[in-house]
Design a protein around this ligand. Structure first.
Ligand SMILES: [Cu+2]
Length: 504
């Protein structure tokens, strides 16, 4: 394992080979681009809130995927691939058990695929990586259509989401085979929030005191365009970035190091790490150096049973954390910075809140948040599977492999029965945030020890750290059909680290 990474000369954020990096347990796997554009000072640009998409009819939405440009860095225009002209795309607000159909029309120059991350979705609407929505311009049909069995090619596509699932923050993004990472990087990502009456009756901070925060790093050329180290002639990135692409600008809801004015009250921050490869360890720090508690109330797949208080919170790519921060103890005019302890220089900073006024606060954090979390026991499992997530060779090039194999849509990897409970043991060489489609899971152990405090609740993405072995338990219920599991380091995903999960 060490030999493979070293021989390939994989580079990590610290500039070490994979082998050396493994020995030293670096905080991140990836290499950082350097922006040439002038970057704004931190905490000056206001935090945008993505627009909420209006239905065209009850339960029906339309999204056009098209090129647009946005002023991300002050005074410069950044060309983007967008959902409906904005980055992040518009937010869809749904109710549990109320199905939603989204018609996507592709006016980009490449095929696309839409996946609702965390959705309990029938397979034909889950965005299998070869189920393409072809561009209206008809250009570039050739890429990604490796599986004649699976290809469904359309110019528009209706994705139907039953949303028969626990309320939570989901996100939709591109999932085209071999080309997901550059498509997300260029802007194809948006939020989808599922709500229900039970959650709304809890008295959690709401309205303007509930903030979705999509955190993503990017890098910018001198003219404001995004930099991405794509290869010219095949999928993947240049050698230096094989471990993952990191930007040197931290965006929240598409704005660089933004600032948001708040009341001196509790806020519900619905965090998503939409970065391709960057990990964060977030903390909230006042101007006088005091750390505010991050009270976690939810995980990827909805509310916890009870709140868990963190001083700092690790967030891997694609993970979501639902967190309450109380600004009541901060003086008016004071500032709370959200910092990333894994960053260096300007990537240490994420965003800031400025406390603008004292205000009444009738919100609360109940001691019991939910009572419907699955309680699978190890003894419920009908089988145990083990998967190694490691660097290797793929079609003569560097690849990222699961069980020694790169993704092949025509191969059967995992076949399981609807309703089966399984334990999966996931083993990593470097950092791999592993995501299962359809099925939420719980973390049972990390390298034989109990899970970490932030592993609590029902998850759909778990962060494997270098050399770690993580056990998860899940029940494959919902729908039969062909799904996926994969690494959510988007570069790893494009370079093979994905496998089929078939539920029969
Ligand atoms: Cu990975």
């Amino acid at each position: 394992m060490l030999g493979i990474g070293g021989a390939l000369g994989l580079v990590t954020a610290t500039g070490l080979s994979t082998a050396a990096a493994l020995a030293r347990h670096p905080s991140m796997t990836g290499a950082q681009l350097r922006s040439a554009a002038p970057l704004p000072p931190p905490f000056q640009v206001p935090l945008p809130i993505p627009p909420v998409l209006r239905p065209v009819a009850p339960g029906r939405y339309e999204i056009t995927q098209r090129e647009a440009s946005a002023e991300i860095l002050p005074g410069l225009r950044t060309p983007l691939w967008t959902y409906e002209g904005t980055f992040p795309g518009p937010t869809i607000e749904s109710r549990r058990g109320h199905p939603v159909t989204v018609t996507h029309r592709n006016e980009l120059s490449v095929p696309t695929v839409v996946h609702l991350h965390g959705g309990r979705t029938p397979a034909d609407s889950d965005g299998y990586p070869t189920d393409l929505v072809l561009p209206w311009s008809g250009v570039d049909h050739g890429h990604g259509m490796h599986d004649p069995r699976a290809v469904v090619t359309e110019l528009t596509r209706d994705y139907t989401f039953p949303l028969d699932q626990r309320p939570t923050l989901l996100w939709y993004h591109d999932h085209r085979m071999d080309y997901t990472a550059p498509a997300i990087w260029r802007g194809l990502a948006g939020l989808h929030i599922v709500r229900d009456d039970a959650e709304e009756s809890l008295g959690l901070p709401a309205g303007p005191r509930e903030l979705p925060l999509m955190i993503a790093d990017r890098a910018f050329a001198a003219d404001g365009s995004l930099i991405y180290p794509a290869l010219p002639d095949r999928p993947g990135v240049t050698e230096e970035y094989l471990a993952g692409v990191l930007g040197d600008v931290i965006l929240v809801n598409g704005a660089p190091w933004p600032v948001h004015e708040v009341d001196a009250a509790r806020y519900r921050l619905r965090l998503l790490n939409a970065s391709n490869a960057r990990h964060y360890e977030l903390e909230a720090v006042t101007d006088d150096g005091r750390r505010l508690d991050l009270v976690q109330i939810g995980a990827d797949q909805g509310l916890l049973a009870a709140p868990v208080t963190h001083a700092t919170l690790p967030v891997a790519p694609a993970e979501r954390y639902d967190v309450i921060v109380d600004f009541a103890g901060v003086p008016v005019g004071g500032r709370v910075r959200i910092l990333n302890r894994l960053g260096a220089g300007r990537t240490r900073e994420v965003m800031a809140f400025r406390v603008a006024r004292r205000a009444a606060d009738d919100s609360r954090i109940p001691g019991v948040l939910s009572a419907d979390l699955p309680v699978w026991q190890r003894s419920d499992a009908v089988r145990v599977r083990e998967f190694a997530f490691r660097a290797g060779r793929m079609h003569g090039h560097h690849g990222w492999l699961i069980g020694g194999l790169p993704f092949d849509p025509a191969r059967s990897d995992v076949v399981t029965g609807l309703g089966d409970v399984e334990v999966w043991r996931l083993v990593a060489d470097v950092h791999h945030p592993i995501h299962l489609h359809l099925a939420g899971f719980r973390v049972l152990s990390r390298s034989g020890r109990p899970p970490l405090p932030h592993d609590v609740g029902l998850k759909d993405t778990v962060s494997l750290r270098p050399g770690e072995s993580v056990e998860i338990i899940t029940r494959f219920d919902g729908y039969r059909g062909r799904y996926l599991f994969h690494c959510h380091n988007a570069e790893h995903e494009d370079m093979g680290m994905m496998a089929n999960l078939e539920i029969i």
